[in-house]
Ligand binder design. Structure first.
Ligand code: HEM
Length: 324
């Protein structure tokens, strides 16, 4: 399941950004994985500056240079392909649009090729692993809580019957599906520490003075586990979101898996559209079980290290097509 979900999210981003699926190319997968691993590396010397001499030996700079070069060559190839290919105006991707902006602004404030590459890379770095992780955790919690997967399947199958394809309009009839994803983002915040911020002015937090220039890390996961804000926060109970208007778009500070404010996630709508559709389609068409008769309730929720918090080890699931 892990492999399928990673390929799905990579392919969707590839199609939107580059107009093509590159997920099947093993070198592309390797490049992306290495970039995401490196994003999660926390060099000791950054926190203990006198250890900066270790930087010469830990090999991280060399790995960063290697993956940066590989991505640069790949994106250069994609841009050149887009420049020469015949394009259809009803099938534009992000590279087409950025090249249009580049042409239109050539005389006033030119958009360099390097900027186009950086924007695309940003989408891959910020959008692939997070979207996959959110979906995988939702499936893990549904499997661990068989009553919730039954409720979800009843909702989805009741809303669309044996219809072949589920579309975005169908999702409007699926409040429980949305509640499942919210609850999973609350319990397993994919980017639990958001992105570090630097204070631009002196401030006070809970009585503590914090000076301008301090780097601040916000623990969004801890906030969504706070028992003063959430009843039985450790339980996976999607129903709680049927009883409240709390949402994750940065307006309710109890739940900020996408951050908030000016640096909040610009991909929230896109990510949720992908995850809602994928989850609806999976539970619509398939019933889920675990290999070797393992008990669903015992599926582990151990986490891996890194900037995005995945489930440790691949998720192995037995799926059976549902007979309508
Ligand atoms: C479930 C999926 C996702 C989660 C949980 C997520 C979460 C986040 C979080 C927590 C931040 C930092 C916000 C802050 O510190 O206030 C962020 C930033 C960002 N996200 Fe997402 N994200 C997801 C999907 C996406 C997608 C699909 C894209 C693009 C296609 C994307 C693009 C970005 C970008 C570009 C930033 C940096 C914004 C900035 O620094 O101004 N994200 N995301």
């Amino acid at each position: 399941m892990t492999d399928i979900l990673t390929t799905l999210t990579n392919d969707v981003i590839c199609r939107v950004a580059l107009g093509n699926k590159y997920g099947l190319r093993s070198d592309f997968k390797e490049m992306l994985t290495e970039m995401l691993v490196l994003l999660g590396v926390v060099p000791l010397w950054e926190y203990i500056p006198w250890l900066s001499w270790t930087r010469r030996f830990d090999g991280v700079d060399e790995r960063i240079a290697r993956v940066a070069k590989a991505f640069d060559e790949f994106l250069e190839m994609v841009i050149q392909e887009h420049r020469v290919r015949e394009r259809r105006d009803d099938e534009l991707d992000l590279v087409d649009i950025l090249l249009d902006v580049q042409r239109e602004n050539a005389s006033c404030s030119p958009l360099e090729d390097d900027t186009i590459k950086a924007i695309i890379l940003d989408m891959f770095a910020a959008g692939t692993d997070t979207t996959f992780t959110a979906l995988e955790w939702a499936i893990v919690e549904l499997i661990r809580n068989p009553a919730t997967i039954k409720t979800l399947q009843n909702e989805v199958r009741g809303a669309v019957g044996s219809k072949d394809e589920i579309d975005e309009q169908d999702l409007e009839k699926m409040p429980y599906l949305k509640a499942v994803l919210k609850e999973s983002l609350r319990l397993h915040t994919p980017l639990p520490l958001l992105v570090p911020r630097e204070l631009t002015q002196d401030t006070k937090v809970l009585g503590y003075d914090v000076a301008s220039g301090t780097r601040v890390i916000i623990n969004a996961w801890a906030i969504s586990q706070d028992p003063s804000l959430w009843k039985k926060p450790e339980e996976f109970r999607p129903e709680r979101f049927l009883e409240t208007s709390i949402d994750f778009r940065g307006m309710h500070f109890e739940l900020i898996p996408f951050g908030a404010g000016r640096r909040g996630c610009p991909g929230v709508t896109f990510a949720m559209a992908v995850d809602e559709l994928a989850l609806a389609k999976l539970v619509h068409k398939f019933d889920f079980g675990l290999p070797n008769g393992a008990k669903m309730e015992e599926l582990h929720v151990s986490e891996s290290n890194g900037i995005t918090i995945h489930r440790k080890g691949p998720l192995l699931v037995v799926v059976t097509p549902h007979a309508f």
